[in-house]
Design a protein around this ligand. Structure first.
Ligand code: HEM
Ligand SMILES: *[C@@H]1O[C@H](CO)[C@@H](O)[C@H](O)[C@H]1NC(C)=O
Ligand SMILES: *[C@@H]1O[C@H](CO)[C@@H](O)[C@H](O)[C@H]1NC(C)=O
Ligand SMILES: *[C@@H]1O[C@H](CO)[C@@H](O)[C@H](O)[C@H]1NC(C)=O
Length: 493
C-alpha cells in the first residue's frame, strides 16, 4: 500500500527524535528486559494469549511502578501502586492526561463525546451527564432494564428448546484496535482532521474497517433518533425514563455557556452506546463463563434468587448479597478493561505507597516523571495487588465479599477506585460514569438468565480470553480473533 509506506517514511525522523530524547530519568527503575529494539515490550503487552499474564507477572515481580520499553525502547511506566494511581487519576489528572491517541481515535470514531474531550469541555460535558447516572435516576430506569432482560430470556428460550443447546454468547471487535494503539500518536500528529480520518482509513486492519462501519451506522441511527427526540421535546412531550430525552431537556435548561452543541450531543450518544455495550456484555460473558466452571456457585446463586417469590424490581436486586459478591469478585479479578493510558503534559513526581527497589539497590519512594512520558495504568495488576488484597489476590473467591475485607483494602479509602476499592472503573474525574449502570445491568441479566437456564462448558471446547483494550473470549485452537464463547445452555424445569 504505497500511501502507507510514504506515511511511515515521513514519520521516521520524528520517531528517531522522539525516542532519543533524554531517557536517563528512568535509569534507576527496574522492569522486564526489552524484547526488540523497534518495539520494546509492546508486543509482549498486547500479545493476545499471554498479554494478561505478562501484565500480572510484571507487577508481581517488579512492584508498583515499572519501567517498560515503548517504540524504539523509549521508557514508559506501568503503574499499579495505589498511591501512585491516586496521584495520577485523582490528584493530578491534568498532568497525567488521557492519551492523545485514545481521545483522537475516539473523536474520529464517535465524535465529540466524553471519551474524546479533555479539560474544560470534558468537565462541562461530565457535569451535565452525571445526574443521568445517579443511583436515583438509574432506579427509575429499572423497569426498562427488566423488560429488556425478559426479552433476552425469551429469545434464548426459543433457541434452547427442551434439550441442552450449544449457544455462542458473543462480544466485541474493538479490542483489535489495541495492537495499533502505540502507533497512533505519530499518525495523528500529521495534519488536519480530514487527513487524520484518511490515515485511520488506511490502517490496514480489516477489523478496524469493520469497526468503523459499525460506528458509522451507529452514528447515522443516533442522528435519526436525536432529531426525533428533539422534535418530540419541542412539542412538549418528553419521557423521563429515556436517557436521551432527559439529556436533551437538561441541555435546553442549562445556561448558554454550559450548553452542549448538537454535535457534542450526538457524540455523547454514540459514546454512551459504545462505552456501555461491549464492556458490560464482556463482563456478563466472563461471569457466565465462570459460573459454567463453578457449578456450585451457580447453584448457590439459584438458591438465593429463588428462596422466596418476590417481584423482580430494584429492591429485590439490591437484596441479593451473594449475587452482589459474585459480581464484585468477577469485576475485580477479571476487569473488562485491563489497562488504560495516560501521558504527562508536564514534569511530575509520583509518590508510592509501597517503595520499590531501584537498580542501585536503594528503595525508591517517589518517581520523577518527565513531560511526554507514556503511563500505562495497570488496572489488572492493581486489582490483584497482594499487599492490598492478600496472598490469594489472584483467586476468584466471591466469599471474600461476605466477610469483612482486610484493613489494607478498607483503611485507605481515599486511594481506592470509584467502585468497591478496585480500579475496574478507574477513579477521579475520568472514571467510568456508567459503573452503577453496569452493576444493575449485570444483576438484571444474570438474575433473569439463571432463574431460567443452567450454563455449563461444552466438552472439548476451550474458551480463552484474549488481551486487548477489552478482554475478549475466543475459542482456543481456532486461530480466530473474533470473539466466540460457546456454552451449553439447559432450560430449568
Ligand atoms: C463492566 C462494564 C464497564 C467497564 C469495565 C467500564 C470501564 C471504564 C473505564 C476503565 C473507563 C475509563 C476510561 C478512560 O480512562 O478513558 C470508562 C469510562 C467511561 N465509561 Fe465505562 N465501563 C463499563 C460500563 C459502562 C457503561 C454501562 C456506561 C454507560 C452507560 C459507560 C460509560 C462510560 C463513559 C461515558 C466513560 C467516559 C467517562 C469520561 O471520560 O468522563 N461505561 N469505563
Ligand atoms: C507468568 O508467570 C508464571 C509463573 O511464574 C509463568 O509460568 C508464566 O509463563 C508467566 N507468563 C508470562 C506471559 O510471562
Ligand atoms: C431546569 O431548571 C429549573 C430551574 O433552574 C430546575 O428547577 C429544573 O429541575 C431543571 N430541569 C432539568 C430537567 O434539569
Ligand atoms: C494507608 O496509606 C498510608 C499512606 O498514605 C500508609 O502509611 C498506611 O500504611 C496505609 N494503611 C494500610 C492499612 O495499608
Amino acid at each position: 500500500m504505497p500511501p502507507l509506506t510514504a506515511v511511515i517514511a515521513l514519520c521516521i525522523p520524528f520517531v528517531v527524535l522522539w525516542s532519543v530524547r533524554a531517557r536517563r530519568w528512568a535509569a534507576n527503575l527496574n522492569g522486564p528486559p526489552s524484547q526488540s529494539f523497534l518495539l520494546g515490550n509492546l508486543l509482549q503487552l498486547v500479545a493476545p494469549e499471554t498479554g494478561r499474564d505478562w501484565l500480572l507477572n510484571a507487577s508481581n515481580k517488579y512492584g508498583g511502578v515499572i519501567k517498560i520499553k515503548g517504540l524504539l525502547n523509549r521508557p514508559s511506566l506501568l503503574v499499579s501502586d495505589p498511591l501512585a494511581l491516586h496521584h495520577i487519576l485523582v490528584k493530578e489528572p491534568t498532568v497525567f492526561e488521557e492519551w492523545q491517541a485514545f481521545t483522537i481515535t475516539n473523536s474520529l470514531l464517535f465524535g465529540d463525546g466524553l471519551v474524546a474531550t479533555i479539560g474544560e469541555q470534558h468537565r462541562r460535558q461530565r457535569k451535565m451527564l452525571n445526574p443521568l447516572f445517579s443511583l436515583q435516576h438509574l432506579r427509575s430506569l429499572a423497569p426498562s432494564f427488566l423488560s429488556i432482560a425478559k426479552e433476552l430470556e425469551q429469545l434464548l428460550a426459543l433457541r434452547v428448546g427442551d434439550d441442552p443447546q450449544e449457544i455462542d454468547i458473543t462480544g466485541a471487535s474493538v479490542s483489535v484496535l489495541m495492537p495499533a494503539a502505540p502507533f497512533l500518536p505519530l499518525l495523528v500528529r500529521l495534519g488536519p482532521a480530514r487527513l487524520r480520518r484518511r490515515v485511520v482509513e488506511m490502517i490496514p486492519f480489516r477489523l478496524i474497517q469493520k469497526l468503523k462501519n459499525i460506528v458509522d451506522i451507529l452514528a447515522a441511527q443516533m442522528e435519526v433518533i436525536f432529531r426525533e427526540k428533539q422534535s418530540l421535546l419541542k412539542g412538549g412531550q418528553s419521557d423521563k425514563h429515556d436517557i436521551m430525552a432527559v439529556l436533551l431537556k437538561a441541555n435546553q435548561n442549562s445556561s448558554k455557556s454550559e450548553c452542549m452543541s448538537d454535535k457534542e450531543l450526538l457524540g455523547q450518544m454514540a459514546t454512551l452506546v459504545f462505552a456501555a455495550t461491549d464492556t458490560t456484555s464482556g463482563a456478563i460473558a466472563r461471569l457466565l463463563h465462570l459460573l459454567s466452571q463453578h457449578p456450585e456457585v451457580q447453584a448457590r446463586l439459584f438458591e438465593e434468587m429463588t428462596s422466596d417469590e418476590r417481584e423482580l424490581n430494584y429492591e429485590t436486586l439490591a437484596s441479593l448479597p451473594y449475587l452482589d459478591a459474585v459480581i464484585r469478585e468477577t469485576l475485580r479479578v477479571y476487569p473488562t478493561v485491563p489497562m488504560m493510558f495516560r501521558q504527562t503534559t508536564a514534569d511530575a513526581s509520583l509518590p508510592l505507597l509501597h517503595p520499590i527497589r531501584g537498580v542501585d539497590g536503594h528503595d525508591i519512594t517517589s518517581v520523577h516523571v518527565p513531560k511526554g512520558t507514556d503511563v500505562f495504568i495497570n488496572i489488572l495488576g492493581s486489582n490483584h495487588l497482594r499487599l492490598t488484597w492478600g496472598q490469594d489476590a489472584s483467586e476468584w473467591n466471591p466469599e471474600r465479599w461476605l466477610a469483612p475485607l482486610p484493613e489494607t483494602v478498607t483503611k485507605n479509602r481515599s486511594i481506592a477506585g470509584v467502585y468497591s476499592h478496585m480500579m475496574t472503573f478507574l477513579a477521579g474525574k475520568r472514571a467510568c460514569i456508567g459503573f452503577n449502570f453496569a452493576q444493575i445491568e449485570m444483576k438484571v441479566v444474570i438474575y433473569t438468565l439463571l432463574r431460567s437456564f443452567e450454563f455449563s462448558l461444552v466438552p472439548g471446547k476451550e474458551i480463552g480470553w484474549n488481551m486487548g483494550l477489552l478482554m475478549t473470549p475466543v475459542l482456543r485452537g481456532s486461530d480466530s480473533i473474533h470473539s466466540h464463547m460457546p456454552l451449553l445452555v439447559r432450560k430449568r424445569k
